[in-house]
Design a protein around this ligand. Structure first.
Ligand code: SF4
Length: 264
């Protein structure tokens, strides 16, 4: 087994494995940094990343109790101001103790750990609502979003927390909320059936990864995955980054930057 005993699985590293086992090996086992841009145009992507970070920070400050008007006064970019106004229209005012923000949640899982960093977890009318802020400039199709590891890992971790053991999975809802598309959040309600399915799928995936030796972490055959991967020159899969307007091939801009927020 190549994985360290304390290894933590996240939606990001599991998605890496699904997209390309070799990428998982390079990132998670070799911990190999490799300098390359993941998508073009670079400046546009950097600006988008900054915008996303600023939006997450504003939300965090809002839930820490800083008045909305104080935060509004700090914003100098038009796009961020528009996103922020869209967020305020959600009219979220949870009581103290009924929410957590940017919290790392972790459970034992198949001999390792499974971790999820949740943007906002809200208790509301006996339900738990997982919000994930998606700051990309496009919305992927609902089915492709629901098929991603994030949609399986986040509700499973929340459902398996000791304090939530008595809660029926049907009481958990997940919402992908896009500040650029406030009218069309992607929501789904968890269920016992879905939980069982996801638990089994992830256990099998973790066991498969844990059993692999070095040679078994093979490069993907899907060259589209390579276009947005920082290791493409190492793998001799091209030097040029994919264009960011190939949005249908990108899950979303948060992932495009390929930073594992769940691991921090
Ligand atoms: S460049 Fe392609 S083969 Fe290499 S790690 Fe990235 S996705 Fe995998």
């Amino acid at each position: 087994m190549l994985l360290p005993d304390s290894f933590t699985f996240t939606q990001q590293n599991l998605q890496d494995y699904k997209d390309c086992a070799y990428r998982f090996y390079l990132r998670e086992i070799l911990n190999l940094e490799w300098p390359a841009v993941e998508s073009e145009p670079i400046r546009e992507q950097e600006a988008l990343m900054q915008l996303g970070t600023s939006f997450h920070l504003l939300c965090q400050q809002y839930f820490s109790g800083i008045p909305a008007e104080v935060l509004t006064a700090q914003i100098s970019q038009d796009e961020l101001a528009e996103w922020w106004q869209n967020f305020l229209k959600l009219d979220l005012h949870p009581a103290e103790g009924d929410f957590s923000v940017e919290k790392l949640n972790s459970v034992p899982f198949a001999g390792c750990r499974l971790t999820a960093k949740i943007d906002l977890l809200l208790k509301s009318d006996g339900k738990l609502v997982i919000y994930d802020w998606k700051t990309s400039q496009h919305q992927p199709k609902r089915q492709s979003l629901l098929a991603r590891m994030q949609s399986k890992v986040y509700p499973l971790v929340i459902s398996n927390l000791t304090k939530n053991k008595a809660l029926a999975p049907e009481s958990i809802e997940m919402i992908y909320w896009y500040p650029a598309f406030p009218q069309s959040p992607v929501k789904f309600t968890y269920s016992s059936t879905q939980k069982d399915t996801d638990q089994t799928e992830l256990e099998l995936l973790v066991a498969e990864i844990a059993a692999k030796d070095k040679e078994a972490f093979r490069k993907t055959e899907n060259l589209k995955s390579c276009s947005f991967c920082r290791y493409r020159s190492l793998c001799d899969r091209g030097k040029e980054a994919g264009l960011s307007d190939m949005e249908n091939d990108l899950p979303d801009s948060d992932d495009a930057f390929n930073f594992d927020f769940d691991a921090i």
